[in-house]
Design a protein around this ligand. Structure first.
Ligand code: GDP
Ligand code: MG
Length: 163
């Protein structure tokens, strides 16, 4: 299909790690601190015979820390316009942050389906912040570990339900 799936979230939550996992190879640069990512930010992906284009919105991050709040808002807005489904990634180790709330506010205004992804849940134990993520307003979060590769099938099931 011509479906577009965008990965949205504040810096350092693991968007590029997830993107690479879903692409099946290392395309985007994974960074230990928020910053510039110049690599390609889209790839074709497939799940259960459904094909889609995946976009790592963090791939267009540029500039300093101060620019990040306005940038992530722009990215969220761009995702709303172009994507059919949005994967909204948050950090299960850090819990809900102000940046998460700001992105959530933008995404809630759109009519696009949003799948809330709690990343960095690296073992079968639930994130201790799990229930806090309901406040973002996107229903049941899907817990994953992009680096270990846990929960990816459940996530993709939920994504492709939407097209
Ligand atoms: P982005 O800024 O949202 O694209 O985040 P990155 O993919 O660049 O990852 C930011 C940091 O989080 C890197 O140090 C990653 O190795 C780490 N990271 C990403 N996914 C996971 C995960 O599932 N578990 C853990 N423990 N760390 C992760
Ligand atoms: Mg990135």
């Amino acid at each position: 299909s011509n479906a577009f799936v965008a990965i949205v979230g504040r810096p350092n939550v693991g968007k590029s790690t997830l993107f690479n996992k879903l692409a099946g190879r290392k395309i985007a640069i994974v960074e230990d601190s928020p910053g510039v990512t110049r690599d390609r930010n889209y790839t074709r992906a497939e799940w259960l015979n459904k094909h889609f284009t995946l976009i790592d919105t963090g791939g267009i991050e540029v500039g300093s820390e101060e620019l990040i709040p306005s940038l992530i808002k722009k990215q969220a807005q761009m995702a709303i316009e172009t994507a059919h489904v949005i994967m909204f990634v948050v950090d299960g180790k850090e819990g809900v942050t102000l940046g998460d709330r700001e992105i959530a506010q933008i995404l809630r205004k759109s009519s696009k389906p949003v799948v809330l992804v709690v990343n960095k849940v690296d073992n079968s134990k639930m994130s201790e912040n799990f229930y806090d993520f309901y406040e973002l307003g996107f229903g049941d979060p899907i817990e994953i570990s992009a680096s270990v590769g846990l929960g990816i099938g459940d996530l993709l099931d939920k994504v492709v339900e939407n097209f």
